[in-house]
Design a protein around this ligand. Sequence first.
Ligand code: UD1
Length: 341
Amino acid sequence: MKKILVTGGLGYIGSHTVLELIEQNYEVIIADDLSNSEESVLERINDVCGIKPEWYNVDLSDTNKCNDFLKNQKFDGIIHFAAFKAVGESVKNPLKYYRNNLLSLINVMSYLKTHNHCAFIFSSSCTVYGQAENLPITENSEIKTAESPYGNTKQICEEILKESSAAYDLKSIALRYFNPIGAHPSGKIGELPIGVPQNLVPFITQSAAGILGALNVYGNDYPTHDGTAIRDYIHVVDLAQAHIIALERLLNNKNASPIEIFNIGTGKGSSVLEVIKAFEKASGEKLDYKITGRREGDITSAYADTTRAKEILKWESKKTLEDALKDAWRWQKKLGQENSD
Ligand code: UD1
C-alpha cells in the first residue's frame, strides 16, 4: 500500500481527495491544524468509506514542528493543500498569508529535498492568470501581477516549486484549479465555510436554506452575454480525482520533467445568472437575489483550456454544473438537519 501525506486533508478539497485516495487503496496520513476545518471531518470520511485516516494536528509553517513530524516518515507521495485562501482577509493581513502559505510549502519541500523519490502535488489556482487576454486560458497564458496577497502567495509558491524541483530533481505537479464547487454525492462531506461565505455557491445554498438573505449579484455590466461575470465551475469530486491521476503519473515515473503544470477546470464558462438558474432547476427552490455593484478585484471572465490535462493526464471533468449544484444543495440540507438535531 502506498503511503500518501495529505496536508490540509480535513479541508474542503483535501477531504474529498482523502476519500478518493482511500477508495483507490492508498494509506492516507493527514496533517491539518484545524485553522479552517473541523476534526469531525474524520468521522464524516469514516462514514462514507469505513476508514478513519490517521490525523496529526500540526502547523506546517512552524519549521521545528514540521521537521519533527516529517523526520521519521516514509511517504510515497505528498499532496499539499494546507494554505489560507480568503482573498479579502489576505488584503487586510498580508503577513499572515505570506508566513503561512510560503513557510508551510518551504518546510514540506525540505523533506522532498532528501526524499526526492516522493511524488509531490501542489494546489495552485487560476488566480495566477488574473484577467487573461485570451480565453480559454492555457497553461502558457501570461502570469499577471497578482490582485491580492493570497494570489501572490500562489504565484510565489509556484516559483519556489519550479526552482526547487529543477535543483533537487523532484517529481512534482502543480494543479491550477478553476472554481471548485459542490460536495460528495453521499451528502456526507462538503465545504464547511466559517462565517458568511464569500464564494458564490455556498452563499447561494445558505440563502436558499434561509440562513442568509438575498444573494447580491456583483455587477450586471460586464461585457458578457448577460452582463454577469463568467467562471469555470468544477465539481470538487472531479477535482479530487484529478489529484489521484496526477499522483499516479508521478508514482509511475511518467512525468516528462521535474515540474509539470495543468489547468483543472471543465473548459466551460458559466455566468452568475446561469449558475442561479441552474441552482433553481437542480434544487427546485426559488432564489432571492438582487443586482448590486461589482466586487472589487473581480475579473470579467475565466475558463480553462483543458487540452493539456486531457492529452497528458488523460483526465477530464465528468460532472455537470447541475450535478454540482444538486450535490451542494444536498450537503446544505444535511448540515441544516445536523444543526437542528
Ligand atoms: C475566488 C477568489 C479566487 C479563489 C477562489 C476559490 C476572489 C477575487 N477570487 O474566486 O482567488 O481561488 O475564490 O474558490 O475572491 N459572486 C456574486 N455574489 C456573491 C459571491 C460571488 O455575484 O455573493 C460572483 C463573483 O462576482 C464572481 C462569481 O460569483 O463573478 C464567483 O465568485 P467566487 O465564488 O467568490 O469565486 P472567484 O471570485 O472567481
